[in-house]
Design a protein around this ligand. Structure first.
Ligand SMILES: [Zn+2]
Length: 115
């Protein structure tokens, strides 16, 4: 009859944790270094990148609103825009052409512009 050998996982040593932390930090720095370039490429240029960054900022606040309140902001973002805890200067306008941003009521994503 074969014997089953039970092995116990050893807890990670301090130096292993430190190596994992360093690797995680290095990966984070790489993301920070290359993510803005990817956004610029996706948006088709610097002006599009400014709009994309604004959309990302609004969307992060929309997600935070949903996490805090359990509901989504209004389609025209008027409620979240009035709450300075989320959008400190109101709903920003597009830095390229001044268009307003809205929230897609179906996907709860900030609508992107076509420029
Ligand atoms: Zn725009």
């Amino acid at each position: 009859m074969p014997t089953i050998r039970h092995t116990r996982r050893r807890p990670l040593s301090g130096s292993t944790r430190l190596r994992m932390l360093i690797a995680l930090l290095a990966a984070s720095l790489l993301c920070l270094a290359f993510a803005p370039r990817l956004i610029v490429c996706a948006a088709g240029g610097a002006s599009g990148a400014a709009c994309t960054a604004t959309v990302a900022y609004i969307h992060a606040q929309v997600e935070r609103w949903h996490f805090d309140k359990g509901s989504w902001p209004m389609h025209d973002l008027s409620d979240i825009g009035a709450d300075r805890n989320y959008l400190t200067a109101g709903v920003p306008r597009c830095p390229v052409n001044g268009e307003l941003y809205t929230l897609d009521p179906r996907t709860h994503r900030v609508t992107r512009h076509d420029h």
